[in-house]
Design a protein around this ligand. Sequence first.
Ligand code: COA
Length: 215
Amino acid sequence: MVCETLLEFSEHESSILRTGRLVLCRPRAEDAVGIARLANDKTIAENTASIPHPYTLAHAQAFVARIAEGKADAFLAFTSIDGVCTPVGMGGFSVVDGMADLGYWVGADHRGQGFATEIARGLLDYAFEKLEADKVTASCRVTNTASRRVIEKCGFQWQGCGLATSLGVRGSFPVDRFRLDRRIWESLIAWGHGRRERWPAAARAVTAGTEIVTQ
Ligand SMILES: CC(C)(COP(=O)(O)OP(=O)(O)OC[C@H]1O[C@@H](n2cnc3c(N)ncnc32)[C@H](O)[C@@H]1OP(=O)(O)O)[C@@H](O)C(=O)NCCC(=O)NCCS
């Protein structure tokens, strides 16, 4: 199962993903300030598993260090704002029940522009193309309508409900669980073949396709 080797993979490869408007790459030490600024947000903490609130520079530095050590994996998404390369959000996979589980967040000032969808789709292309995953899972808090919509726009199928623990709420909350199988991803990509947008159109999301650059 490829997803079991995700962390191993990240130790040896440093991939950069390019989507329509974003560049996604593994965060480095100098990105910690930007990550802390974006992630110090109660809404992020209350909708994700492992982001505390407040989220300090020390948290961000520790997270980046864990990535450098291969103990965690994530991509920081940058876009050009007024000509400046600006971090806007983050996405990545953790291994849950032996499967790659997709997670993401977008900074408060950058929401509502399709960035989460673009991050999620870029990471899914990466998981299925580069990591040869069979399936990817995702879940969202039942109250998280925006995240549910992102998941739906990526073609995930609803699997059921469950409980997930969250550092942000210091407890657990009910979640909807979803799964995207490789054959569905292949169908979506086949639909987009030859069209300007690789993925089927989705409102404000501008996803031309994902270029995976391995350094
Ligand atoms: C969830 C989150 C990642 C969405 O980021 P985003 O960049 O705004 O997402 P997108 O713009 O790609 O898509 C959001 C979709 O949800 C829709 N949406 C947003 N709020 C909504 C609401 N209250 N009701 C219904 N739809 C809503 C948007 O209209 C959009 O759908 P559309 O493209 O069909 O119009 C962001 O709000 C966030 O980081 N939240 C905190 C952390 C989090 O929840 N992470 C996900 C954990 S599962």
